[in-house]
Ligand binder design. Structure first.
Ligand SMILES: [Zn+2]
Length: 354
């Protein structure tokens, strides 16, 4: 078993966008209920962590925007934009979510953990320097990468974003930087509309953004194929020093936000790939953060499948993943790639040997 950390806190349940909002507290309440069943088994490390400082959040956001979010503290209801609503403790949850990621990076670098999963709300990958977007207040994964680069001196971070929506905020944060390779697999057309196949970055960052927009309806085989024949080849050429994952579960079959068809086997397969890359390239350093995922059963199945793989044992819950070797072999087999994958490969050949 590996030393896998989970980062979870009661405050993440107290960010409440209001009635009928799909990014609801129940998302982490359901995860916490399963974890409570497991607690006595001491499967996971549960590090203490604290809210990120303003100085840290300034690594990715403007002071004016931080102050705007902070000003919502204690207020019953504030709409930062049409989708992103806050409650009295949303700011507290948002800065604690960032703090979880910062602590995770520190513990990976110190070697105190092998990998980790931040089960945080609000999500972050749509948040941009000056604005909230798509339920996101601060960009948690971008701040983790900034911290690793600017405070700890790392020079190559891989961010994999498989939330079904394009991670526009994360992309913008590092669009002109070679220090982050940002890879996004997302449904297209879909919100937020960015993530074009030909958006590869600018300046020093040219080539270090890889967008993989896919039509709806793709499932485990297609995602596995993308990992095996495209992303893996780029990752081994980039040689990251740490892998960060924006793990959304809204590509799960049945999630109302998309028409993708991933099952927990697909999430398990992608996680095993990440673990192998991390072991081969960066001493196993792998930190996952929760983004979207709105079907509560799908979210629970996806998260606990990932956690099973991260820690290296099948978790004894009714939602646990049995690692199905037949499925594994099935996902591994070669088949004709989807034309959308071939289009990405052709476009990316300018930058990578693929
Ligand atoms: Zn999403």
């Amino acid at each position: 078993m590996r030393n896998t950390a989970i980062f979870i806190d009661e405050v993440f349940k107290e960010h409440d966008p209001g009635f009928d909002h799909i990014e609801c507290p129940e998302r982490v309440i359901t995860l916490g209920a399963v974890l409570d069943e497991l607690k006595h088994k001491n499967i996971f490390i549960e590090p203490s962590f604290s809210a990120a400082s303003q100085e840290t959040i300034l690594l990715n956001h403007s002071l004016k925007y931080i102050q705007n979010v902070k000003a919502t503290s204690g207020k019953i209801y504030s709409a930062l934009d049409g989708d992103t609503i806050t409650s009295p403790k949303s700011y507290a949850a948002a800065i604690l979510a960032v703090g979880a990621l910062i602590k995770g990076v520190d513990l990976l670098i110190s070697g105190d953990i092998d990998n980790g999963f931040a089960l945080v709300r609000p999500p972050g990958h749509h948040a941009e320097k000056d604005k909230s977007m798509g339920f996101c207040l601060f960009n948690n994964v971008a701040l983790a990468a900034h911290h690793a680069i600017e405070n700890l001196g790392l020079e190559r971070i891989l961010i994999i974003d498989w939330d079904v929506h394009h991670g526009n905020g994360t992309e913008k944060s590092f669009y002109e930087s070679e220090k982050v390779l940002f890879v996004s697999i997302h449904e297209s057309p879909l919100y937020p509309g960015s993530g074009n196949i030909n958006d590869f970055g600018e300046g020093l960052g040219k080539g270090y953004t890889l967008n993989i927009p896919l039509p709806g309806g793709q499932g485990d085989i297609e995602y596995a194929n993308i990992f095996n024949t495209l992303i893996e080849r780029v990752v081994y050429q980039y040689k990251p020093q740490m892998i960060l994952v924006s793990a959304g579960f809204d590509a799960y079959h049945g999630d109302a936000m998309s028409s993708m068809r991933l099952s927990r086997q697909g999430f398990g397969y992608m996680t095993r790939s990440l673990l192998r890359w991390a072991d081969d390239l960066c001493e196993g350093r792998l930190l996952v953060t929760l983004e979207g995922g709105y079907d509560l059963t799908g979210l629970r199945n996806g998260v606990f499948t990932m956690l099973s793989e991260l820690v290296g044992t099948t978790l004894d819950t009714s939602f646990s993943a049995s690692i199905d070797e037949a499925m594994h072999c099935n996902l591994r087999r070669e088949r004709t790639p989807h034309p959308a994958i071939e289009r990405v490969r052709d476009a990316a050949k300018t930058y990578w040997n693929i």
